[in-house]
Design a protein around this ligand. Structure first.
Ligand code: XMP
Length: 317
């Protein structure tokens, strides 16, 4: 029987014993796991925890600023690094999904390595690895997985040669949320939908441009805010929008338009391994579709993804 309070007490003591006066670096993602890991470590070692939150230019609209503010409000010693331009430059012209992932993983490691060099005498790398990541580490995708699977090999960026500390590695997701609640992390942050490390890049089919990122951020924002204001956000496991690489004909006033199509996706799931599309109310879909087409320049058609996993996946890439 898991008791969050007892866990916090034990792990804080354990972390203090293990880390002593050493410095620790941790990459925050805005997600539940890295946030809970950071707050636990902050409780244990305070200012010796150096958090880095990287903007890869592929986050949701306003997410970098909002989440950074929240982190500061929680008393974390966090540095926001806006590397958007670097990521978008490196991604220019790439349309293959796996190459996108690899590029983002590599640039993340470069940025993180540069940043950890600025912390004098850092000894530890903290990660928000949870138990399912430990048992499924081979199938986990994204930058964090790359860090995890390689951290003991030679010839690596310097931060990967650090000793690794993973305070959540024995916990399941619901336990992590309960620990987070005990630590006073806001229910809003703890209830956030999962969001992939490569961010919007794998929801822009084809090559990525700043303009496509902007369009998708606007569409995603209308959809997600709509889910929240209609009381649907917490009933959905994950939701987002996909920018398709096709234009379709439409009409606006008496003008013919030839603009982008976006797909909306909302799924129910427990672990992301299987998922069912959510039967969102038609009225809601109608409202959101109208709002997207009226407000987002460059989009004239909205479709809803009615595929379950398997055989479809949650992300389109
Ligand atoms: P799929 O598309 O495989 O997604 O059905 C299952 C879950 O994993 C997330 N996902 C990723 N997360 N890096 C991540 O950190 C990735 O490259 C990645 N690809 C998929 C996806 O958002 C869903 O929650």
């Amino acid at each position: 029987n898991f008791t969050p309070n007892a866990f916090v007490e034990e792990i804080v003591a354990e972390l203090q014993e293990k880390i002593k006066d050493d410095k620790v670096v941790l990459g925050l993602s805005g997600g539940v796991d890295s946030t809970v890991a950071a707050v636990l470590l902050n409780k244990a070692i305070g200012k010796n925890l150096y958090c880095i939150f990287v903007n890869n230019g592929l986050l949701r609209k306003n997410e970098f600023q909002n989440v950074l503010e929240q982190y500061k409000g929680m008393g974390l010693n966090v540095k926001g690094v806006d590397a958007s331009a670097r990521f978008l430059d490196e991604l220019a012209g790439i349309d293959d999904p796996e190459t996108k992932r690899k590029t983002i993983g590599r640039v993340f490691i470069e940025v993180f390595d540069d940043e950890s060099h600025l912390i004098e005498d850092v000894k530890w790398l903290a990660q928000g690895t949870i138990y399912p990541d430990v048992i499924e580490s081979v199938s986990v995708k994204g930058p964090s997985a790359t860090i995890k699977s390689h951290h003991n090999v030679g010839g690596l960026p310097d931060f990967m040669k650090l000793k690794v500390v993973e305070p959540l590695r024995m916990l399941f997701k619901d336990e992590v949320r309960r620990v987070g609640a005990t630590l006073g992390i806001s229910p809003e942050l703890l209830g956030r939908h999962p969001f992939p490390g490569p961010g919007l890049s794998i929801r822009i089919l084809g090559d990525i441009t700043p303009e496509k990122v902007r369009i998708l951020q606007e569409v995603d924002y209308i959809f997600v805010e709509g889910l929240k204001s209609h009381g649907l956000y917490d009933k959905v496991w994950q939701a987002g929008a996909i920018l398709l690489p096709v234009n379709s004909v439409g009409v606006m006033g008496d003008e013919r338009t030839y603009e982008k199509v976006v797909a909306l996706r909302a799924v129910e799931s427990t672990d992301g391994m299987t998922a069912d599309w959510v039967h969102l109310p038609y009225e809601f879909l109608m409202t959101i579709s109208n709002e997207i087409i009226n407000k987002v320049k460059g989009v004239n058609r909205v479709v809803y993804d009615i595929s379950s996993k398997p055989p479809a996946t949650i992300e389109w890439e």
